[in-house]
Each structure stands twice: as structure tokens, then as C-alpha cells.
Design a protein around this ligand. Structure first.
Ligand code: BT5
Length: 257
């Protein structure tokens, strides 16, 4: 059971997580924030669920998480200044804040896999699903959903990338409240830095992605593209070097050849 006081005492933010909703069960914390547009609008609102009955990944894939053992939560970004940051950069900031927080608290090495996976020892420990809605031409709402395997120890064998949890790697039970607070503290700092120094998140993200320079294949809607993972661009897109030159990849699943 999530203990709010343990979380609150470690939370050191101005706005992220200051409006906090704890749900014992919901379909998906992302859906909860995407749908309740009339009542939930405060920038930085966080919704955490002990259990999701329809936890989602990208492209309608599912996110499975054992009840009460992990972190499944979403953050609402509705402030017009922060919404000026490109969504791809907010996406990278999410995975970076999870990776950095796990390293800071548990001294575990983490890696990032484009666009949004956090890995430990090449196994997936967290995934991010960013969704947005627009009014006219402008995005007016971004919901960043984060699922982290914290204290779960066994996982289905049929995941595309083998899964792990912080507990499996740290070899001890983990206090989810302090991990959540650390992630939100780091995420807010990264958002602040993104406005002042847009290159900072890209630089830190690149340092944690050990696939840059590797031969990769990208699959997107059953189409495969191969080449060298050249870099990420200023909007967080992947730049693939192929025999025809450089190509910008907007979405897809990366695997090493
Ligand atoms: C993601 O999608 O990794 C995004 C996951 C986002 C989940 C959070 S939880 C809070 C919020 N509310 C939601 O409804 N969603 C967000 P993707 O890159 O498409 O990866 C999905 C794939 O990861 C699945 O098809 C499985 O193969 C695998 N998978 C599912 N659950 C997993 C887990 N617990 N650990 C590792 N891999 C998992």
C-alpha cells in the first residue's frame, strides 16, 4: 500500500506531484488524465494507481504490472510555457529522470533505449507512454505515463525485451515512495533545464544510450529499416545512417542487428 507521507516528505518540487491522486484501481492512469479534462487540469498533476486493468504501451500494446508492487503513474503537463518544449524532448526527459533516479538511489547502472525504454543489464525495467491532445494547432495537454518494475520479481517470458525490476537488480526490497519522489524531483529539474538549455537533456540522454554507433534495425508497422544509429536530433528523433544517406525516424522499435 502506497504511503503518502513517505512520498511527500521526499518530494522537493514546485509543481510536479503537488496535486496528487492515488487510485487503488483504474483502467489506465494515462486514460484517467487524458479523459478527465474538465476536472483535472493543474499542471504537474500526478495520478498513481496501485493496479491498472488496462495498462497500455505504445501502439495499443499492453503494460502488465503486478498489483501493489510497482510504480504505474502519469504526469499531466498543461502549462503553456512547458508545452513549448518539443514532446520528443519531454519523452526523453521522462526516461532520463527514471534512469538517473535509479542510479542515484541504488547505484545501479542504467541504459536508455530509443525512444523510451529504461534498461538495466539489457533488460527492461521501465517504459514510457507519452500522449497529447491539441486545441487548434497547439498541444494543450501532454500526459506522460511511466511504468516501472520495482518490487515484482517474475515476469512473463513472452515480452519482446526480457524484463527486470529494481528489486531483482538491487537484491533487496525497494521503497516505492522515495523512488517516485526522486523521479518527480529529477523530472521537474530536467523540464526547467530544457527551457534554459535545450541541449542538456539530449546530451545526458546520449551519454546513457549505448546503441549510438551500432548497426540497428527499426521496425515500424511491419516495415523494417536497417542502418547505423547515427544520433538523435534536436527534437529527439532517431537519425539512421543508411546507404542512401541520413534518415529521420519518428517512431518504431529498435533492435541491434
Ligand atoms: C511502453 O510501451 O513501454 C510504455 C509503457 C507505459 C506504461 C505506463 S504505466 C502508467 C501509464 N498508464 C498506462 O496505461 N501506461 C503508462 P512499449 O514500448 O510499447 O512496450 C510495451 C511492451 O513491453 C509490451 O508489448 C510487452 O512486450 C512489454 N511489457 C509489458 N509489460 C512489461 C513490464 N512490466 N516490463 C517490461 N516489459 C513489459
Amino acid at each position: 500500500m502506497f504511503e503518502y507521507e513517505k512520498f511527500d516528505i521526499k518530494l522537493d518540487t514546485d509543481y510536479i506531484g503537488r496535486n496528487f491522486y492515488y487510485l487503488e484501481e483504474t483502467d489506465s492512469t494515462n486514460l484517467f488524465l487524458m479523459q478527465n479534462t474538465k476536472t483535472l487540469n493543474n499542471n504537474g498533476t500526478v495520478v498513481l494507481a496501485e493496479n491498472q486493468t488496462k495498462g497500455r504501451g505504445r501502439k495499443d500494446r499492453s503494460w502488465s504490472s503486478a498489483k501493489g508492487l510497482n510504480l504505474t503513474f502519469s504526469i499531466l503537463i498543461s502549462d503553456s510555457e512547458i508545452l513549448k518544449i518539443y514532446p520528443g524532448i519531454i519523452n526523453l526527459a521522462c526516461s532520463l529522470s527514471v534512469a538517473v533516479s535509479i542510479e542515484n538511489i541504488f547505484q545501479l547502472n542504467t541504459n536508455l533505449k530509443w525512444p523510451n525504454d529504461v534498461l538495466i543489464n539489457n533488460k527492461k525495467v521501465a517504459g514510457i507512454l507519452l500522449e497529447s491532445s491539441s486545441k487548434g494547432k497547439n498541444i494543450n495537454r501532454i500526459v506522460a505515463g511511466i511504468g516501472i518494475n520495482v518490487n515484482q520479481v517474475t515476469f512473463p517470458a513472452d515480452f519482446k525485451i526480457p524484463a527486470t525490476s529494481v528489486k531483482n537488480e538491487f537484491k533487496s526490497n525497494v521503497e516505492i515512495e522515495s523512488l517516485l519522489a526522486e523521479i518527480l524531483n529529477t523530472f521537474e529539474e530536467l523540464l526547467e533545464s530544457a527551457s534554459k538549455n535545450p541541449g542538456y537533456i539530449l546530451k545526458e540522454w546520449r551519454l546513457k544510450c549505448n546503441m549510438i554507433g551500432d548497426k540497428i534495425t527499426i521496425s515500424e508497422n511491419d516495415k523494417l529499416k536497417s542502418g547505423i544509429f547515427d544520433d538523435i536530433d534536436e527534437n529527439g528523433f532517431l537519425i539512421l545512417k543508411t546507404k542512401n544517406g541520413l534518415e529521420k525516424i519518428i517512431s518504431g522499435d529498435v533492435s541491434i542487428v
